[in-house]
Design a protein around this ligand. Structure first.
Ligand SMILES: [Cu+2]
Length: 423
């Protein structure tokens, strides 16, 4: 299971100029060779989030024939080399994702999945994640709510340099503290924020007080997501166009650090301005992004595609279930369960000293909330965002962030729900 591994790289951080020249070269060649939205395979996304239970070398969608070369592998510094690591593979991919029948959106996605695969690890496990950038943009991973070494924290230019196209970043850290946490790209442009680069990072512990107080038998992970599909499509197309310009600049020998606004030191940036360079924010006329999410999803699917997948919650009489809600998007959600008073047992992954009984719980961006439901009212029950505008698909009710709690031991129910997409 675990593997011993090589020493931490002591090489200094690469010179920025060389790095983005290489980026441009890779971007240019990829543009020439590959249609970028070609990796669409609706079959690959339609079901439950896939767990990363085991060290996963070779088991993901990653294509090893076109994988990274050794020189593109960057071990982030600072991690110990005298511990056993559990090793996982991830990739940044550009895919076309089906939100529900009839609606596809382009998205950056981990391992081509929306959301990314679920990590399930034990508290204090040492984790090694090799993440390969198969896109033409730069990315990082931030391990949200995990207390790790700062060089693994995924804030570009603060923790470490981002993954350039074709590069593999190697993150190594200890999984702690236990609870419902998540991971996401920290390249904070609106396009990346509107994309689907997020996944659950669940850290278990035998000492979890929630497990002791509520002996639950099922454990659901629901990633709450919001997407402006038109914005994403337009910007990904612009991105592909922009790569042509970078390619041109490179051929004309006009690519430099100022064309990218990238400086190793703050003083270099100040010097460039004194030398007459005009930074992008002084040029004006940039279109102001107006992001209005028009599709809302649970685990990558909008209602009614939320049903029949991992977002469809099942329970029996006398059973406790745990539901881990993670807001990986930019909208506020107020999740309301009909017919039950549940317990809110954890916030931001941390167990509450005193569980609170609720039927509606806010989950704002970046938050995780754990709730426990007890099966005492057989039926089919709505579980949805009470912000009604999020219960629509492109403005049409019902849709978006709606799913169902269904009792499996109903016998012969007096009414069986049907599917509706236009009320
Ligand atoms: Cu990103």
């Amino acid at each position: 299971m675990s593997r011993k591994h090589e020493r931490v790289s002591r090489e200094p951080v690469n010179d920025g100029r060389r790095r983005f020249l290489r980026t441009a070269a890779i971007a240019g060649s990829a543009l020439a060779s590959a249609p970028l939205l070609a990796r669409s395979d609706p079959e690959a996304y339609g079901v439950a989030p896939r767990y990363l239970h085991e060290p996963a070398k070779g088991s993901m969608m990653f294509d090893h024939d076109h994988g990274p070369h050794e020189h593109d592998r960057i071990e982030l510094p600072g991690a110990p080399d005298d511990v056993e690591y559990r090793e996982f593979d991830l990739s940044f991919d550009l895919v076309e994702h089906e939100l529900l029948p009839g609606v596809k959106m382009p998205a950056f996605a981990f391992n081509g999945q929306v959301p990314g695969p679920v990590f399930r690890v034990q508290e204090n496990d040492w984790i090694k994640v090799n993440v390969t950038n198969n896109t033409e943009e730069m990315h990082t991973i931030h391990w949200h709510g995990v207390d790790l070494i700062y060089t693994m924290d995924g804030v570009p230019m603060v923790s470490h340099d981002p993954a350039h196209p074709g590069e593999t970043l190697v993150y190594r850290f200890q999984a702690r503290p236990h609870g419902t946490r998540f991971y996401h790209c920290h390249w904070g442009t609106p396009l990346h924020m509107m994309s689907a680069l997020h996944g659950a990072f669940i850290i278990d512990s035998p000492d979890d007080p929630i497990r002791k107080e509520f002996p639950y038998t099922r454990d659901y992970v629901l990633m709450l997501e919001s997407f402006d599909v038109e914005f994403t499509r337009r910007h990904i197309n612009e991105l592909l166009e922009g790569m042509k310009q970078v390619n041109q600049l490179m051929h004309q020998g006009r690519l430099s650090h100022v064309t990218h606004g990238f400086f190793k030191r703050y003083q270099d940036f100040v010097q460039a301005i004194e030398d007459g360079w005009r930074p992008p924010y002084t040029r004006g006329n940039a279109p102001r992004d107006h992001i209005v999410p028009n599709f809302f999803a649970i685990n990558g699917k909008s209602y009614p595609a939320t049903l029949g997948t991992h977002g469809h919650l099942r329970i029996r009489r006398g059973e406790y279930i745990r539901i881990r809600l993670i807001n990986g998007g930019m909208a506020d959600h107020h999740m309301h369960l009909h017919g039950h008073q549940f317990w809110k047992v954890a916030e931001d992954g941390n167990p509450l000293p005193q569980p609170i009984r609720l039927n509606t719980v806010p989950v704002t961006p970046g938050k995780t909330v754990d709730i426990i439901v007890y099966g005492d009212n057989p039926g089919f029950w709505d579980f949805h965002d009470h912000k009604e505008i999020h219960s629509r698909n492109n403005g049409i009710y019902p849709g978006g962030m709606i799913t169902m709690l269904e009792y499996e031991d109903m016998g012969d129910p007096p009414y069986v729900p049907s599917t509706s997409v236009n009320q």
